[in-house]
Design a protein around this ligand. Structure first.
Ligand SMILES: *[C@@H]1O[C@H](CO)[C@@H](O)[C@H](O)[C@H]1NC(C)=O
Ligand SMILES: *[C@@H]1O[C@H](CO)[C@@H](O)[C@H](O)[C@H]1NC(C)=O
Length: 158
C-alpha cells in the first residue's frame, strides 16, 4: 500500500512542480521577426521579465558566427490584469543585410542569450515574389495543420 501511496503523491505533485518553476528573469522569450519595410533590414523582438541589455549578435550562415552585433531599445510593458505583471520588450533593427542571404542570430544580453535562429533577408529582385503562410489559433489539442506548417517552413517554402 505504501509504495502506491508514494507514487500517487509524486504524481499529484508533478503538475505543481512544473507550475512552480520560476521564470528565468533575464532569459529572452517570445523571440520573433518583422520586416520594417526598409530593404536590407529586419527587426528582432523579444521579452524578458527583468530589465537587461538589448543586443542581437549575428552573422552570415557559414561565415564567422556572431561576427556582427547591434543594440536596440527596451520598453516596459505592464499588463492590464489584476497582478499588473511587468515585462520588458526588446527591439533591435538589423540594417545593411545582404539581399536573400541567410543569417544566424541570437538575441539577449550577457545575462542570457536565446537559442540560435536563422532568417533570410528579403530578396531585392524585381521579379521576386514572396510566399506567405497565414494561420491563426492553431490550438494545442488536435492541431491538424501544425506539423505541415513546421515541415514546410523548414523546407524554405515560405
Ligand atoms: C529581477 O528583478 C527583481 C525585481 O526587481 C529582483 O529582485 C531580482 O533580483 C532580479 N533578478 C535577476 C536575476 O536579475
Ligand atoms: C531572388 O529572386 C529571383 C526571382 O525569383 C531569383 O531568380 C533569385 O535566384 C533570388 N536570389 C537569391 C539570392 O536567392
Amino acid at each position: 500500500m505504501a509504495p502506491v501511496h508514494a507514487a500517487c503523491a509524486l504524481l499529484s505533485l508533478a503538475p505543481l512542480l512544473v507550475l512552480g518553476v520560476p521564470p528565468i528573469w533575464t532569459q529572452p522569450e517570445q523571440v520573433h521577426l518583422s520586416y520594417p519595410g526598409v530593404p536590407g533590414s529586419m527587426v528582432v523582438t523579444w521579452t524578458t521579465f527583468n530589465k537587461t541589455e538589448t543586443k542581437v549578435e549575428y552573422g552570415l550562415l557559414g561565415g564567422r558566427p556572431f561576427e556582427m552585433s547591434a543594440k536596440g531599445d527596451v520598453t516596459l510593458f505592464v499588463d492590464s490584469g489584476v497582478e499588473k505583471r511587468k515585462m520588458f520588450i526588446h527591439r533591435v533593427t538589423l540594417k545593411g543585410l545582404k539581399p536573400a542571404a541567410t543569417y544566424v542570430y541570437h538575441c539577449g544580453s550577457d545575462d542570457g542569450w536565446s537559442d540560435m535562429f536563422t532568417f533570410t533577408a528579403l530578396n531585392d529582385s524585381t521579379s521576386f515574389s514572396p510566399r506567405f503562410a497565414l494561420y491563426g489559433d492553431l490550438g494545442n489539442e488536435n492541431p491538424q495543420s501544425l506539423a505541415r506548417l513546421q515541415k514546410e517552413t523548414q523546407l524554405g517554402m515560405y
